[in-house]
Design a binder for this molecule. Structure first.
Ligand code: AQP
Length: 345
């Protein structure tokens, strides 16, 4: 494959309370990648409206996700932070990808099946076409790496399929314009660490998610210490003490989840956690987990609350990021239109 400039892209939907899963599976990784890569982090508001969003709540949520990025340690001056709808190239490229992707590919997407459920006839076309927009988000910047939670793995594979088909379909024109064998990179997903899939605190077999009806299923980034303590205290467990080796977590989804959360917050592995807590009762482990979670998340929540008090300054960050993102996306789009054969001024 042709050599592409190493670039990281990822996005978070402004669809409600950000939780520990979003933090450990995605945003914490975004922060770490800043030292090694040029990064573009996007508040994906076009994705959000694939299901109904109250407009005022959406505005609030866009600012809150931006505040979370900054509070977690993303530097919007060195890297790019913006909301998707300010860069129209995302939607434009998504249309071209709608024409590249095949129905059969989208029919296999499990997230659509889960979200649409039995009500398929009644969900938006946007929800179905969501993965094509996601591919456009990434490929508008010809990004080489995308940090995401495990739930997004299938969508990333689809983005690679779209890139590959575009590269093949237009190979002669791509080569003739000096791009070598491939105009789009086959983006690598970055899914690693002990918390790529954080599970609900009420049910260790279900993903922790913004849309779960029970607030006790998740720890929100803006929860105060008492709320964190209460949720961890009430978290579902089994009657056995913790095992002293990782193998002992098999078939114990709740124990596995809490140990994984501890490891990710502490920056070590499940094996390290079990070295310290093997044979401990859950009551002792939950106390330690609460202390660690409050220590790590408390400052983030306070900083988010401080930042959202100043919406003008958040909007300024988004406008500045969008202007810089637009330069890259516009250049990609110009080449794409030329490759596809559109006449342009
Ligand atoms: N439980 C999770 N564990 C690890 N990573 C997770 N992510 C989400 N949930 C978990 C990762 O967070 C990033 C942003 O997610 P998103 O907001 O774009 O969309 P989502 O996956 O739809 O989030 P939710 O909370 O699961 O929303 P609903 O309830 O609508 O389904 C992504 O990288 C995602 O992998």
């Amino acid at each position: 494959m042709a050599a592409f400039q190493q670039r990281v892209f990822s996005g978070v939907q402004p669809t409600g309370n950000l939780h520990l899963g979003n933090y450990l599976g995605a945003i914490k990784r975004f922060v770490e990648l800043q030292t090694t890569h040029d990064c573009i982090y996007c508040v994906v508001d076009l994705h959000a409206i694939t299901v109904w969003q109250d407009p005022e709540e959406l505005t609030r949520s866009i600012r809150e996700v931006t505040a979370a990025f900054i509070a977690c340690g993303i530097d919007p001056k060195r890297h790019i932070v913006f909301n998707q709808s300010q860069v129209h190239e995302h939607a434009e490229l998504a249309w071209i990808f709608n024409c590249v992707a095949r129905m059969g590919w989208l029919n296999r997407m499990t997230q659509f099946k889960e979200k649409a459920g039995k009500d398929r006839e009644n969900v938006s076309i946007g929800l179905y076409a969501y993965p094509c927009l996601m591919a456009a988000d990434i490929l508008a910047y010809r990004a080489t790496h995308v940090p995401v939670g495990e739930d997004q793995k299938q969508h990333l594979e689809l983005a690679r399929d779209i890139a590959q088909k575009f590269n093949n379909d237009y190979s002669a024109r791509i080569r003739a314009r000096g791009f070598g064998e491939a105009f789009f990179p086959l983006t690598e997903p970055l899914i690693s660490g002990p918390a790529t899939r954080v599970m609900s605190l009420r049910d260790g077999t279900k993903k922790m998610s913004k849309s779960d009806a029970s607030d006790y299923s998740r720890i929100n980034l803006t929860d105060v210490a008492d709320e964190i303590a209460q949720k961890i205290r009430k978290a579902k467990t089994d009657p056995e003490p913790l095992p002293s080796e990782e193998k002992g977590l098999e078939n114990r989804p709740e124990a596995d989840n809490l140990v994984g959360i501890y490891a990710a917050l502490a920056g070590n592995s499940r094996a390290d956690v079990l070295k310290d807590f093997g044979n401990a009762q859950f009551s002792r482990f939950k106390e330690a987990l609460t202390e660690l979670a409050v220590e790590k998340l408390g400052p983030i929540g306070s900083e988010m609350k401080r930042l959202v008090q100043d919406p003008k300054s958040i909007d300024g960050v988004l406008a500045d990021g969008a202007a810089r993102a637009r330069v890259i996306a516009a250049a990609t789009m110009k080449s794409v239109k030329d490759i596809v054969g559109f006449v342009q001024a």
